[in-house]
Design a protein around this ligand. Structure first.
Ligand SMILES: [Zn+2]
Length: 436
């Protein structure tokens, strides 16, 4: 059973307004109907249809632009107790995950996936792009569990499912024949929203390009979003594939052919770009709806270069200086690719303050957007802005408890610096968490 829709949320603080001012928000059909100064004279409204904001800060809800649903909590689940990190490198993470994948069953996929979704909703998430792997080991098992979870939580969270080829499409023992066959089958499912692959796992550059050409053609034909794990290395002498990706989109005549949004994750090699390369990239993207997702917790942990450089896409600079569409996301929870972190997107925004040296009011607002409205926009989900415009989705998160006194968050800056752990989430005008 899902909760009754709220008609009104009263006595809330709004981002960008004076902390002393309180506001009332009315909602209709899951959208913002009006935002007005709090009416102190209003009589007690019907229980269940009105939410007392109790001076709490309300903000647009959060979004995972990129999260792996099937391989979460492998380090915590007793079923995988024997698989603990020994060296911490990429090779080990691939090996550990492939051993774990051979043991995946519907029961633990649903159990671990539900845990991730429920913890995320507690943190204020109402939308996510969830990656589930498709290959000869798991066949369509992860995809089926992902689709079941999408259905199970549809009243609480919009879960986009990305059928994802982590393994090669053109290399390996059968040159990727089986993975391609399974991906084609996945692409026929109308509830699969996105197709994704990892071109850098192919044996050579030629096959990496084949990977991009094949998956993008399939996404175009089936009218799906395309999401690539791209250029996940740091070596300067190795060339990035992003230029070829753009050329392939041109070859497909992507825009005229009705192609949907393209999202590129990781892209750590791009940190070596100089000004002229960023400008050229912006120019070559042109009218293509190409956006970037930085995955800093994974990138910092996993990417090692011979010169000890650490690197992750400079998302704040990409947005402010070059005008790219970009967001940041968690990527992995509790596995050998990223053992640290939790399901709270604001943990990544908080990390961003130091990582991108972005502490000003404008910077932190941008960091908040990078896990909220910008994250939703890069996955093609309708965002709610910090301006709370009537007509926007009534997807919100309230911070702190109703009686938290002076130690409560009054601004977006305070939330990004230290979000606290108590939240209340509203999705399409319905409260999806209990108020505390
Ligand atoms: Zn990923």
């Amino acid at each position: 059973m899902h909760p009754t829709p709220l008609k009104k949320i009263t006595r809330v603080r709004l981002p960008g307004k004076r902390p002393s001012e309180l506001w009332d928000i009315t909602t209709q059909d899951g959208r913002i109907a009006s935002v007005d100064a709090h009416d102190t004279g209003a009589s007690g409204l019907d229980h269940g249809e009105t939410l007392d904001g109790s001076n709490r800060l309300i903000a647009p809800s959060l979004c995972h632009a990129h999260i792996h649903l099937d391989k979460c909590f492998l380090l915590q689940d007793p079923k995988y107790d024997d698989l603990q990190i020994k060296s911490g490198d990429f090779k080990e993470a691939m090996k550990m995950t492939s051993i774990a994948k051979a043991r995946f069953e519907e029961e633990d996929l649903m159990r671990r996936g539900s845990q991730l979704i429920e913890e995320s909703i507690q943190h204020g998430v109402t939308a996510m792009r969830a990656f589930v792997e498709v290959d000869g080991v798991v066949q369509l098992k992860c995809l089926d569990a992902g689709l079941n979870l999408r259905e199970k939580y549809k009243e609480k969270c919009d879960i986009q499912i990305c059928a994802f080829a982590q393994l090669p499409l053109f290399s390996g023992k059968d040159n990727g024949v089986e993975v391609r066959k399974l991906m084609e089958a996945a692409a026929t499912n109308k509830n699969v929203d996105v197709l994704g692959s990892t071109p850098y796992v192919e044996d050579d550059e030629c096959k990496s390009k084949d990977n991009v050409r094949w998956i993008s053609a399939l996404a175009l034909r089936k009218k799906k979003y395309l999401d690539l794990h791209l250029d996940y290395f740091l070596e300067e002498d190795k060339q990035p594939l992003v230029w070829d990706v753009l050329q392939i989109l041109k070859d497909h005549d992507w825009m005229k052919a009705g192609g949907k949004q393209i999202t590129l994750g990781h892209c750590t090699r791009l940190i070596r770009f100089r000004d002229e390369e960023w400008n050229r990239l912006k120019q070559e993207i042109g009218e293509f709806a190409v956006s970037f997702v930085g995955l800093p917790t994974s990138d910092l942990f996993m990417m090692r270069s011979p010169d000890s450089v650490r690197g992750t896409l400079p998302i704040v600079k990409l947005i402010k200086q070059y005008g790219f569409d970009a967001a940041i996301a968690i990527n992995n929870i509790g596995n050998a690719f990223t053992p640290q972190g939790n399901c709270d997107p604001l943990g990544i925004a908080q990390l961003g303050v130091g990582l991108y040296q972005a502490p000003t009011t404008d910077d932190v607002q941008l960091l908040y957007e990078a896990v909220s409205s910008r994250a939703k926009a890069v996955i093609g989900h309708e965002p709610t802005s910090l301006g709370f415009e009537p007509g926007e989705p009534a997807d919100f998160v309230l911070f702190d408890s109703m009686d938290s006194g002076w130690r409560c968050r009054r601004s977006i800056a305070e939330v990004v610096y230290d979000a606290g752990s108590v939240r209340q989430t509203v999705y399409r005008g319905r409260s999806t968490t209990t108020c505390s």
